[in-house]
Design a protein around this ligand. Structure first.
Ligand SMILES: [Zn+2]
Ligand SMILES: [Zn+2]
Ligand SMILES: [Zn+2]
Length: 702
């Protein structure tokens, strides 16, 4: 907004709602007939109150083609009003006009028009004309004048509500216009109003102070780390809803960083959990200044504290070595699986150039995909032998695969991954989908952490309510096809998602034509009985004890106070008890010393924290050959893989958007279908890859 040489307290557009008293809009009865657009001064008359006088002048000047602003006023004495084109432009920024980035103009041309409202002894207000002339023509379209673009008090309150709901500015204006077609406000008016609402909310605090204060209350779990200058470098926080969900569903998590979420360009580690319905939930968020092992270790230590006594069985990540190392240190008993889809995109990026003929490339990538989906270790090692032999002349390529991916095969090849309880999560697409939703709430990448946290909380709350609603509705709903005695114990107690998986196995068990040797993979990965086990159960129905607690909805409760009591409080109570015991035995001097120490602790204030330093985004260098995107965009940069192969085609049906493994035309093994993730097909839609710039021959995609 332009800074103009008028009283900033009374005239700036952003102060248009500063009056505490709601302005009563009174119908104006004009005394005499005034022709419109003649630039006449208002007729001299008296008013019951200052507000009525101001309202009258506002409406009268509108009819005459000019706008007024308050120049000066003293409470209960007088108010001086001028034309909004009075005064001259004064550059209050330190930047000379010609160097200012934002090209702005001024409507100020020193218009001499001036009138005065004076309070009389009786309490009424009278209008006096000091100078009734203007040095300019009447405006034809009054929306050029900020004072006529103001929002009414009612509109102001609506904007406040819409801000809370995270509705973007452009939609705010659309919604307000629907209610009031005559609205003259422009998007800048909305931005200014929002800035004012924000300022009100901060109540003089810096955004970071406000953020930390909000996180200290309301059941959040949070922790920060600052550098030598007191600048924030790490911020962990978990919403109270997220804590409940994470402790209820503590088996499988997907971890992935997302970028372009805040103006400090801090990567955001987004930890995603899996619900009974196979949907995702936000577990916790960690803003990091760097992505080194120690940063991840700090984040995971906080995550571990949040889980309390529980430990995840499986964490799925991309090949982010720092994160993988940190997981090994903080969760040594947890299995860290790698997203096999990201492995494949890396293979595509780095191996495509070794193939000229399309058929050869298709064969190569199909063979690789089959290798990754090997059901047994022996079939993998046989397959690998053949693979290595067929491509032995491509020494560099085979060497790359051998060095980069072969040592990690236990983390993404089905034969090894499918002995772990991963509930069908072998890819990180869940995190990518969650990032996408989060970004739709964040809207811009230029928010400070306070705003980002508020928007994130909005996403968390909506997601949580989605899950609790589903729990409630599935507790009273029976899927039609499950109405068989074999399932009767499970109805209302197990999620529909798990029931469907069970029913698929049940149909296989009943089928006369289905024979297969049990590899135990379905049960191991899903925590549900497989078709083979069902065949052995002939005489009994499924029992709740056959079902992993992950899929149980009967025991779930997200009410407040259900969280197992917090470790930290327990620790503190224990310490106090010990302290009290010893205290009574101490000599007086030691008692006094202890008292002094304790009161010092109590009175110590939280250290002042400053904004984080701004780091360049991890990602493609800005000079690279990619399309320009608005600076505030939350859209991820294109990754190397997308540049190498924009239209990846399926080698079976040759359609774009999926590969041979996810192709509908491929007949899949029933046990694999049971354990595969249904969202895999939407991978390309939900992508959020951010690539690491790398000068090496091969580069990794995360
Ligand atoms: Zn004027
Ligand atoms: Zn089986
Ligand atoms: Zn296909």
């Amino acid at each position: 907004m332009d800074v103009e040489n008028v009283n900033p307290i009374t005239n700036n557009e952003e102060n248009e709602h500063s009056e505490a008293i709601p302005i009563e809009v009174i119908p104006i009865e004009y005394e005499g007939n005034f022709e419109n657009g003649k630039m006449l001064p208002p007729p001299v008359r008296s008013f019951d109150s200052r507000e009525k006088l101001l309202n009258y002048i506002h409406d009268f000047s509108f009819s005459q083609g000019y706008a007024t602003t308050i120049r000066d006023s003293e409470r209960d004495k007088y108010v001086t009003i001028g034309c909004d084109r009075g005064g001259t432009y004064r550059n209050r920024t330190n930047i000379p006009l010609e160097e200012r980035k934002k090209k702005s103009g001024s409507r100020l041309i020193n218009c001499p028009f001036r009138i005065k409202g004076v309070k009389l002894v009786g309490g009424s207000w009278i209008l006096r004309i000091s100078n009734g002339t203007h040095n300019h023509e009447a405006s034809k379209d009054m929306s050029g004048h900020p004072s006529f673009r103001r929002f009414s008090n009612e509109e102001f309150l609506r904007i406040k509500d819409m801000c809370k709901a995270g509705i973007p500015s452009r939609q705010v204006l659309t919604l307000l216009r629907q209610a009031n077609p005559k609205l003259r406000a422009i998007s800048r008016t909305v931005y200014n109003t929002k800035a004012k609402i924000r300022k009100e909310k901060l109540r003089g605090r810096t955004p970071i102070q406000a953020l930390l204060e909000e996180l200290s209350g309301g059941g959040f779990l949070h922790n920060i780390k600052v550098d030598m200058e007191g600048r924030l470098t790490h911020l962990f926080f978990a919403h109270p809803h997220s804590i409940k969900l994470s402790r209820n569903y503590s088996n499988v998590f997907v971890m992935d960083c997302t970028y372009k979420t805040n103006k400090f360009k801090m990567p955001l580690l987004d930890i995603i959990g899996v619900s009974s319905f196979n949907t995702s939930f936000y577990s916790c968020f960690v803003f990091l200044s760097k992505e080194e092992e120690c940063d991840y270790a700090w984040a995971l230590t906080m995550f571990k504290k949040m889980l309390g006594s529980k430990e995840p069985t499986v964490i799925v990540t991309d090949r982010e070595l720092a994160l993988m190392n940190a997981i090994e240190v903080i969760f040594p008993r947890t299995t860290n699986l790698l997203c096999f889809w990201h492995v494949e995109t890396n293979i595509i990026t780095n191996c495509k150039r070794f193939f000229e003929a399309k058929e050869d490339w298709d064969t190569f990538i199909t063979t690789w995909t089959e290798l990754v989906q090997s059901n047994s270790m022996s079939s993998f090692s046989e397959g690998w032998k053949d693979f290595e032999a067929s491509y032995k002349e491509k020494v560099v390529m085979i060497d790359y695969i051998k060095k980069t991916w072969l040592p990690l095969k236990e983390r993404f090849v089905k034969a090894w991954t499918d002995v772990h309880l991963h509930f069908g999560n072998r890819v990180t697409s869940r995190a990518e989908g969650a990032h996408g939703v989060l970004k739709s709430y964040l809207q811009v990448s230029t928010s400070d952490l306070h705003v980002a946290k508020e928007k994130i909380c909005l996403a968390v709350e909506n997601n949580f309510h989605g899950i609790t609603t589903q729990v409630a509705s599935e507790k009273i709903r029976i899927p039609h096809n499950i109405c068989v005695p074999f399932f009767k114990e499970l109805v209302h107690c197990v999620s529909t998602f798990a029931l469907k998986k069970l029913f698929e196995q049940y149909k296989l068990a009943l089928s006369d034509s289905w024979f297969s040797v049990c590899k135990g993979q379905f049960t191991a990965t899903m925590g549900l009985p497989c078709a083979h086990m069902m065949r052995c159960m002939k005489d009994r129905a499924l029992q709740l004890s056959d079902i992993h607690p992950q899929w149980r909805i009967d025991k779930l409760s997200f009410e407040d106070g259900d969280i197992e009591s917090n470790n930290e409080t327990d620790d503190l109570t224990g310490l106090f008890q010990k302290l009290e015991k010893s205290y009574h035995q101490w000599p007086i001097a030691q008692k006094e010393y202890a008292q002094a120490q304790l009161s010092q602790l109590i009175n110590s204030s939280v250290p002042v924290v400053f904004d984080p330093p701004i780091h360049p985004h991890k990602g493609r260098p800005s000079n690279s050959n990619t399309k320009k995107v608005a600076v505030s965009s939350t859209r991820r940069d294109p990754s190397g893989f997308e540049i190498v192969e924009k239209s990846r085609k399926c080698s079976i049906c040759h359609e774009v958007g999926h590969n041979s493994r996810t192709c509908k035309h491929k007949n899949a093994d029933p046990e694999c279908v049971g354990a595969s993730n249904s969202t895999e097909n939407n991978l390309l839609d939900a992508l959020d890859l951010n690539c690491i710039p790398c000068d090496a021959d091969f580069f990794l995609l995360d």
